[in-house]
Design a protein around this ligand. Sequence first.
Ligand code: FE2
Length: 229
Amino acid sequence: MGEPVSDLDEVRRLLDADGYAYLSELPTGFDHFAFVSRLGAVIPQYDGRPVWDLVAEPGMDDVYHSRNTRALVPHTEGYELAGRPPRYVALWCVRPAEGPGGETTLADGYALLERFGEADRRRMRDTLHTWRSSEGLARRGVVIEARHPVLSEHGGRVILRYSQNNVDPAGDELLGRLLDVGERFFAREHRAISIARNALLVWDNWRMIHSRNAFKDRGRHLKRVLVGA
Ligand SMILES: [Fe+2]
């Protein structure tokens, strides 16, 4: 991964250039939360707390859920929230998975959009869809939905919302095509990152689509913080 990166300006430069920054070889005792907080205001998680623990919960292996060991599907974070989705997502690793799997996968959503013409993109800005929170969260009593277009804008930045499974393309040819093209694009173009113990991965959630590979080790433990803009 080259030189260790722990300077916030360098992280901002990488986020602008590549859409993500991976910070490995951080010093022991590094304060991930304090560092990430300097990127912007921390958004409360679904349980109201500032940090979400990504650990396998008992009794949740049969649903689509961030807190189990199954693969996720490509998505952006917070598409179902009422306002703007989080600008940045940060994950750091308390304990990596032993054995295969568990990588965080990322692909450039803006590169996906380049596969669509101007007329399609205009329709992506103009057409509202219903975005729903996941099946796993519903089992925990969290049911959220909101109406948003695929594309919006804030402060001159394009905001992409994307979900392979929690927005219904029925009756919308363009959304169906976006999800078809997007699924193949993600499978081909993603970068898989095994977040090392104590390392930090941050990405621009308005630009990047992410997912997760399945794994076996129930002791894997990541922490997640969302930052607004
Ligand atoms: Fe996610």
